[in-house]
Design a protein around this ligand. Structure first.
Ligand SMILES: [Zn+2]
Length: 232
């Protein structure tokens, strides 16, 4: 099991009062080229508590903060006009969110909860998550500083790039695929292009960058397994 030390709260950015299902979120995220729903837990407008992506799997919900976190979302987050950020949580949702946080905290030894807006220029989740829930973490959140995800990209260099190049070569071998010569420890144009070829072949976002999703997809590919799907 991966180390999980933080929960990041989100909203679905849907209008107040509108019901949202896990299947619907899964479809939105697929449309972005992801492997399905990026959140691990979903709280519906009536306080329903649903599973999204399995907690063991790294999520896709907050850039640079996916490897060691869980993404929890509630349905809502904007006013009825569909645009204005608003804390639309119903009493049932607040109750359900609290139960989620306490259960996840105890299950994984989580140290902190944050809002997506603490890591990105977004309104999500439309309320101050740290302020509201900090007391649940009994001071553990005070000394907490998140470990950022490693992302290799054009210009990166060093042993992790060497490892990635070795994996790309091994993957090409599994498909008896020819391609440009890859060597050295620099993430250059050839490495970037081969990474894109790999990402396209596996049906994931083809951005030429190697983050947790691409690494995970490579593990599967080298084990001759089909591409990861969030909902199985
Ligand atoms: Zn968010």
């Amino acid at each position: 099991m991966r180390i999980i030390d933080e929960i990041i709260l989100h909203c679905t950015a849907t209008p107040e009062g509108r019901a949202v299902s896990v299947a619907e979120i899964d479809a939105w995220h697929r449309a972005r080229g992801w492997s399905g729903i990026g959140y691990h837990r979903v709280v519906g407008i009536n306080g329903e508590r649903w599973a999204g992506r399995p907690v063991e799997a790294i999520g896709a919900h907050c850039e640079d903060h996916n490897v060691r976190t869980l993404g929890v979302t509630y349905a809502g987050g904007v006013a009825k006009d569909g645009r204005t950020a608003k804390d639309t949580r119903t009493a049932a949702q607040k109750e359900a969110l609290l139960a989620e946080l306490v259960e996840l905290r105890d299950r994984f030894g989580i140290k902190k909860v944050s809002g997506h807006n603490e890591y990105a220029a977004k309104a999500c989740p439309s309320f101050d998550a740290s302020k509201e829930y900090d007391y649940l973490f009994e001071g553990r959140s005070k000394g907490f500083s998140p470990v950022l995800d490693t992302v290799l990209k054009r210009g990166s260099y060093g042993p992790q790039v060497v490892e990635w190049i070795d994996k790309l070569k091994a993957w090409r071998k599994t498909l008896a695929m020819a391609g440009a010569t890859l060597r050295g420890d620099v993430f250059d144009h050839q490495v970037e292009m081969t990474t894109i070829v790999f990402q396209k072949a596996r049906g994931i976002v083809a951005d030429g960058k190697v983050g947790p999703q691409t690494l995970h997809e490579m593990e599967l590919a080298l084990a001759y397994k089909p591409p990861f799907q969030a909902l199985g």
